[in-house]
Design a protein around this ligand. Sequence first.
Ligand code: EPZ
Length: 419
Amino acid sequence: MDKFIVRGGNKLFGKVKIQSAKNSILPLIAGSVIASGKTVIKNTPKIRDVVIMCEIIRFLGGKAEFLGDDLHLDTSLVNSWSLPSNLTSEIRASLFMVGALICRFGYASIKRPGGCRIGERPIDIHVDALKTLGVKVDEGEEIVFSGKIINSGVINLRFPSVGATENAMMTALRGKGVSTIKNCAKEPEIEDLQKYLNMLGANIKGAGTSVITVEGLSKNNSGEIVFTPYPDRIELGTYLFALGAVGGEIEIHAETFKNSQSVINFFKDNACKIHIINDKIYNISISDTLRSFGKVCTGPYPAFPTDLHPQLVACALNANGITAVEENVFESRFAYANELKKFGAKIGVYGKLCLVEKSVLRGANVVAGDLRGGASLLIGALSADGQSEIKNAVHVDRGYYKIEEKFSALGAYVKRVSY
Ligand code: EPZ
């Protein structure tokens, strides 16, 4: 087991290289099963969720290996559609393999997928969408999906679920006609999946809007596909909120900002200065103490992302005034707040609303309970006076690769210790 040792108070200065988006890479790995050939995903961080998805690909008979920063997949020899419960129980993204396996084999089976404990995380929207396409779903301890014949049709998602949108896109590729998915998630990571599947030979349109059309995939393009996902907008936001918490000036490649306007605007209205050095480099500095962020409501893209709300709360502990965060996507994502209180944080959680006051933070020993909650504790520790310990680094490692090295390179004191 690893923990982080953090000594707070250092400002952040230097360059940050943002990894490719975790929430693009995971569905792309699933989609590579449809390719049934070679795929290279560029700038792929060796984060725990990616490592587990690669183990699933190998379990099914495929190949997955890192060559430098790139992930090389070969799914030509994938010969099974039954997902291994010891791996699927670890990560939610294993659920995205279902659509890809149905597309390729007409079948898929999975035990309950795992994932961050931020809510009940049912799969009813996935099941309803696939049933609309004619998939038979037997929900026992093992959930078996049978879809040899896919009826192209119109799917209405009751909520713009990211994963359900992705599973519906991949399942619909097995159909003969055109399927329409309505009330889709509009996250940029869905656009990445559409772009990748179209490189395979699909004809999918509308990703990034609330209506996606999917034409049945008759024949895969041959040859190796090389794909560069969007930069990780949640990793970017994590560093911005850390900068907001402790101050300093960081340099980030402009490309990274493409899908982060809602977060950037957030800062622009505050004590943050963004110096555009050229069309490639942005300097972001926090010139003064942040003012309160006011009321922030999370929601499906392009609203403020739920995956950045814990990091915002940690940053807001250093802002003048009161910040209110309303979490509208997951029903229990505030567990980290009790850990932040151990630093002396003045936080009140009332149902889906969290009120945050400027606080004097002192080092403490805390425990990470999920990925983004763990990132929040890191930001809290960076702005606390004295030394802190954050146990269960494994949660943070699911989405951030060697985060202690990235923060240390910016001048923070963050060490990884085994215990
Ligand atoms: C994806 O999870 C992301 N994970 C999550 O990121 C992200 O928070 C979430 O989308 C929302 O943006 C990956 O892409 C691997 P949903 P997903 O289906 O697809 C409910 C991170 O920190 N729901 O959009 O599982 C669900 O309970 C992770 O990187 C149902 O009720 O999210 C939630 O309340 C955390 N039934 C809401 O919808 C369903 O069948 C949104 O879930 C599916 C979802």
